[in-house]
Design a protein around this ligand. Structure first.
Ligand SMILES: NC(=O)C1=CN([C@@H]2O[C@H](COP(=O)(O)OP(=O)(O)OC[C@H]3O[C@@H](n4cnc5c(N)ncnc54)[C@H](O)[C@@H]3O)[C@@H](O)[C@H]2O)C=CC1
Ligand SMILES: O=C(O)[C@@H]1CCC=N1
Length: 265
């Protein structure tokens, strides 16, 4: 079994490590490197995974997952590059960072893959989009897919689509939580106890997501089935249209896509 190192054990690094362990990978096959010592210690205690330095991770692992912020990526790449050689696989989960950037800072012929994951991976309902670099084999891609499929779905996309993917599925959970928060606050405004509003909204979200996913029906059709002529839903949707919520989503996703492009550096 190949050895996997995760460099950067924040929100997403922990999500990936926890998912690999849940899927049956042994702690002995994993290692983590983390700049904040107290965070590293917390995760060592929680998962029993060895904590190493970035250089040790680069020297000892077959597959290196880079899960630091895009702004920290140049320093990490410069630090590990002298200790990496062809045959190892480098997988970046950072927004914006291209495989061209990864390859330009790593030794010649080292295989690199760019991934955009999301936090529902924490409950094995993640969506990860992966793109190959120029030295990457089919076997490398399949290895990355097997690592990521531990925590949800995996889709291959051409790298030119990754900034748009980041805007949709990478950042997407935050938009959904924002809508949930807004609906709960509205329920409280209408006089419902907060706990009642929360349970109503969360189950409505879970139920609607399953209906969408399991029925395969188009969202427009599902929305129309809820919308009785002259009824309550039509009244609410009219307000959403008047407040240009659809246009706001378009602008928001454009902003996220543009930010991902900027993060490329
Ligand atoms: N949080 C999310 O929903 C998603 C995050 N990502 C990507 O994952 C990456 C990490 O994001 P988060 O986990 O949210 O950030 P985070 O800030 O929670 O985690 C980053 C971790 O990297 C560590 N770190 C920084 N420099 C380091 C270095 N030189 N050596 C070792 N460790 C170092 C930090 O101490 C921190 O614990 C980002 O590039 C982000 O674009 C991608 C998709 C979703
Ligand atoms: O906000 C961010 O930059 C990261 C990438 C996608 C989700 N979180």
């Amino acid at each position: 079994m190949s050895v996997i190192a995760v460099i950067g054990a924040g929100v997403m690094g922990e999500t990936i490590v926890a998912g690999m362990l849940r899927s049956g990978r042994r702690p002995a096959d994993l290692m983590m490197s983390e700049r904040r010592p107290e965070r590293a210690e917390e995760l060592r205690e929680r998962y029993g995974v060895e904590i190493v330095t970035n250089v040790e991770a680069a020297k000892r692992a077959d597959t290196i997952l880079l899960v630091v912020k895009p702004q920290d990526m140049p320093d990490v790449l410069d630090e590990i590059a002298p200790h990496i050689a062809p045959g190892q696989l480098v997988i970046s989960l950072a927004a914006g960072i291209t495989t061209t950037t990864l390859e330009s800072r790593l030794p010649d012929k080292v295989a690199a893959i760019r991934v955009m994951p999301n936090t529902p991976a924490l409950v094995d309902e993640g969506m990860a989009a992966i793109s190959r670099g120029s030295h990457c084999s089919e076997e490398d891609l399949q290895h990355a897919e097997s690592l990521l499929s531990a925590t949800g779905k995996v889709m291959r996309v051409p790298e030119k689509q990754q900034d748009a993917v980041t805007a949709i599925s990478g950042s997407g959970p935050a938009y959904i939580f924002f809508v949930v928060e807004s609906m709960i606050e509205a329920g409280v405004h209408l006089g419902l106890p907060r706990s009642t509003a929360t349970e109503l909204v969360v189950q409505t979200l879970v139920g609607s997501a399953r209906l969408l996913s399991e029925s395969g029906d188009h969202p427009t059709e599902l929305r129309e089935r809820v919308t009785s002529p002259g009824g309550t839903t039509a009244a609410a949707l009219r307000e959403l249209e008047d407040h240009k919520v659809r246009a706001a989503f378009l602008s928001a996703l454009e902003a996220a896509r543009n930010r991902s492009q900027e993060l490329a550096g």
